[in-house]
Design a protein around this ligand. Sequence first.
Ligand SMILES: C[S@@+](CC[C@H](N)C(=O)[O-])C[C@H]1O[C@@H](n2cnc3c(N)ncnc32)[C@H](O)[C@@H]1O
Length: 266
Amino acid sequence: MSSSPAEVAAQYATERHLRTRIGTHERYSVGPGLEATVDRLLDLSGDEALLDVGTGPGDFPGRLRQEGHRGRIVGVDFSAGMVERAAEKYPDVEFQQGDAAALPFAEASFDVVTARHMLYHVPDVAAALAEFRRVLKPGGHFLAVTNALGYMAELWEAVAEAGAVEPAVNALLDSKAGSAVFSEVQGEELVRAAFGNVQLDFIENALVFATPQPVLTYLESMTALQSLAPDELERVRTALTHAVETRMQGGEWRVSKRVVFITARR
Ligand SMILES: C[S@@+](CC[C@H](N)C(=O)[O-])C[C@H]1O[C@@H](n2cnc3c(N)ncnc32)[C@H](O)[C@@H]1O
């Protein structure tokens, strides 16, 4: 089940909570980096016209421009708040509000289309992939980045354990279910159906935590916990802290992250 458009809109109305999660990944990750893998797979010359769909705060297009990409770069996002923020931060990139399933571009407009950690939010993934293919030039390159099955399994086990003690914690499990709807399994099948070809690559890395606080901050950035009453949130925090602390008794706690890169050619 993907999130409803209203839930996605509420979750990404501003970049604040997404920034918290991005910051956690930046600070606590160990292992091969996502950006290096994206760069290796896209192998850009710098002249391509590139569209990043579900661009969020626009960091990927912004990075490409800062690194000297000369071709047209466009970031599209469903959220007007994200688009506004991205345009302020990266004025030399074009940003537009738009829906992945109805892109505001003529066919064969881009050499590269990327969709990073966004297809699990889209209600009709096949429609979005058909749009990505339509706006790509013949021979153009598509890249999706998503979470593989079992992504952060250790974290979700801790959440489930806390949920057995404090049922309000279980609202968090919707985020886990949401992110599982476009993994390597459905992703490979859907991208092959849309493009007639597909390639999968993986990286294995992890978050390593030495104290419970960053784990709590990460979980509290999820929509599920934002509507709780203060006393309920306090009980949720206590249950989660206990489940996480138990796992840190041997020192650091490692939460594995397997990321999948799905590429195809038009
Ligand atoms: C998890 S964030 C990823 C942001 C960025 N790509 C990154 O990797 O940091 C998902 C983004 O997809 C956007 N999004 C969700 N559904 C969308 C749709 N149907 N069309 C365009 N953007 C969408 C959300 O507004 C949000 O900014």
